[in-house]
Ligand binder design. Structure first.
Ligand SMILES: Cc1cc2nc3c(=O)[nH]c(=O)nc-3n(C[C@H](O)[C@H](O)[C@H](O)COP(=O)(O)OP(=O)(O)OC[C@H]3O[C@@H](n4cnc5c(N)ncnc54)[C@H](O)[C@@H]3O)c2cc1C
Length: 489
């Protein structure tokens, strides 16, 4: 944020302050401006985007954070189109991936819902004979009661045996949450299966029905979508659109205080700046949201404090293409049960056509390490993480070449965990927040950690504010107006 003189707070009046310029905060700001509501976005970091981080390695444009968007739900792809990225949307060049399991890279099975198969035969080759036979028992077992919620691993193991959980569900869920399948909520993480569990005795039959319905609804086309240059381009484009529409985005502006005004509206303090707003959207991770809401919504703050996070690191490696021969596909997942160090590897140059096109002589890939409760590996220096990545890549794929360049990106407390009962916690947070007019929350801690889910939560926050905003007369004709600016501001 631009420097302000000591003790000379700059006071600004705006309709809505959005705290946090991750994809959720930016999507909220964008939606508000489209509705003609003035916005100021305050971001603590010196850049926008949060967990979306574009960068370069050996001259290649890559993502150092999130790298793909689910395309089976509309929000992310639609937002990318709205901000002018239509021509840059690109599906993965290859949809085939592998599992590094039981000592070999094996093709990722098709025909499953988050690793839960419709038939035992769908997992042939991935599971042992005993594991496959255990799946068949699902048809004969009485219904497994799931109550208000249950852990994904517990439920799936009860129906199909632990091997399905350990070898397939765990690495797939781990890829999204960096968490533990035996703790993650079925209701929050795989709601389709939770609903099915309430009405079906057999889980495999429920999965077959879900698949048949998807086929009938013609849910074809790519499941995921990328953006040429990296999905890290999305927040940059949204931010540009926000500014073009008259919104203000301040970086280096950590919000430290959020108070209700005695009459109406909110007072927001960020460094030397004080903003008065009709409404506030809090779009920051749970610990930061808890700190901001502690005074005005202590109940919400207490609940937010209970949300745990997983830390992880991404190791990006660039090789001379001529030095590398890789197996087919876009990469592989690793079941934790095998005790390897890496959780997954993405062959970025294979997966994203634009990386290969722009850098034909390079081969870029990345690994991920760390998951919830597994801190030891992340204590290592960057060089140590590169070393374990190279070791595991060599074991899995035979890749023995020396990389031209490596980069370690640490995401400390990067992913909120959704344990059993998460939905009820979120409902309680929303109840506390909903009691305060002109306050809404959104982002990864609530209704899904993926990019489209974060955008959807932002739009829901804007809808929630709609009524509050129409009840308050607009403060300023100009969305952001400096009332008392200090010199040099
Ligand atoms: C390594 C990694 C890989 C991932 N890969 C994928 C993927 O491929 N596909 C996918 O869909 N999802 C992926 N995710 C998940 C997804 O990227 C995130 O859940 C999502 O981007 C979170 O967006 P957000 O806006 O809620 O929060 P964030 O991105 O965390 O943004 C919150 C912002 O608030 C700011 N902030 C915090 N405190 C304050 C304060 N007091 N004042 C002002 N600003 C503040 C932060 O600096 C940050 O910029 C990944 C996540 C990680 C960590």
């Amino acid at each position: 944020m631009s420097a302000t003189g000591a003790g000379r707070a700059k006071v600004t009046q705006t309709r809505v302050v959005v705290v946090g310029a991750g994809i959720a905060g930016l999507a909220a700001a964008h939606r508000l401006l489209r509705r003609g509501v003035g916005v100021t976005v305050l971001e603590a970091a010196d850049r926008v985007g949060g967990k979306l981080l574009p960068g370069e390695i050996a001259g290649a444009r890559v993502d150092f954070g999130a790298e793909s968007m689910l395309a089976r739900r509309p929000e992310a792809v639609a937002l990318a189109r709205e901000v002018g990225l239509t021509d840059r949307l690109q599906p993965p060049a290859t949809a085939t991936a592998s599992l590094w399991t039981r000592g070999a890279l094996r093709p990722m099975p098709k025909g499953h819902v988050m690793g839960v198969p419709g038939t035992a035969s769908a997992l042939a080759g991935v599971l042992s004979e005993e594991g496959l036979a255990r799946i068949e028992r699902d048809a004969d077992l009485p219904r497994t009661e799931v109550g208000d919620d249950v852990a994904v691993g517990e439920y799936v193991a009860a129906r199909l045996g632990r091997e399905v959980v350990d070898r397939l569900v765990e690495p797939l869920l781990g890829g999204v949450y960096a968490g533990d399948a035996y703790r993650i909520s079925l209701r929050s993480a795989v709601p389709q299966l939770y609903q099915a569990a309430l009405t079906h005795d057999s889980l495999t039959r429920a999965v077959r029905e879900i698949q048949a319905k998807a086929a009938a609804n013609q849910q074809t086309g790519p499941v995921f979508m990328g953006i040429e240059g990296g999905v890290g381009s999305l927040p940059l484009a949204v931010a540009e659109s926000v500014r073009e529409r008259g919104g203000e985005i301040l970086t280096g502006a950590a919000v430290t205080e959020l108070r209700r005004e005695p009459s109406a509206g909110w007072r927001v303090v960020a460094g030397g700046r004080v903003l008065h707003a009709d409404a506030v959207v809090v779009a920051v991770p749970a610990p930061a949201a808890a700190a901001l809401l502690r005074t005005e919504a202590p109940g919400a703050a207490a609940e937010l404090t209970g949300i745990e996070y997983a830390s992880m690191a991404l190791v990006t490696l660039a090789y001379r293409r001529a030095d590398v021969t890789l197996p087919e596909g876009s990469g592989f997942l690793v079941p934790p049960v095998d005790g390897r160090s890496i959780k997954a590897s993405t062959f970025a140059s294979r997966k994203w056509g634009w990386i290969a096109d722009e850098n034909p002589d390079l081969l870029v890939l990345r690994t991920s390490v760390g998951r919830h409760g597994e801190m030891e590996i992340l204590q290592r220096e960057d060089a140590g993480l590169v070393e374990v990545s190279r070791h595991d890549l060599r074991e899995a794929t035979g890749l023995d070449a020396t990389p031209l360049e490596t980069r370690v990106t640490r995401w400390t407390d990067g992913l909120p965990q959704y344990p059993v009962g998460h939905h009820a916690r979120v409902a309680r947070i929303r109840e506390h927040v909903g009691r305060l007019p002109g306050l809404a929350v959104c982002g990864a801690p609530y209704d899904g950690v993926g990019i489209p889910a974060c955008i959807a939560s932002a739009y829901a926050a804007v809808d929630q504010l709609g009524g509050d905003l129409s009840a308050v007369p607009e403060l300023t004709a100009n969305p952001v107006q400096s009332l008392h600016g200090g010199a040099g501001e």
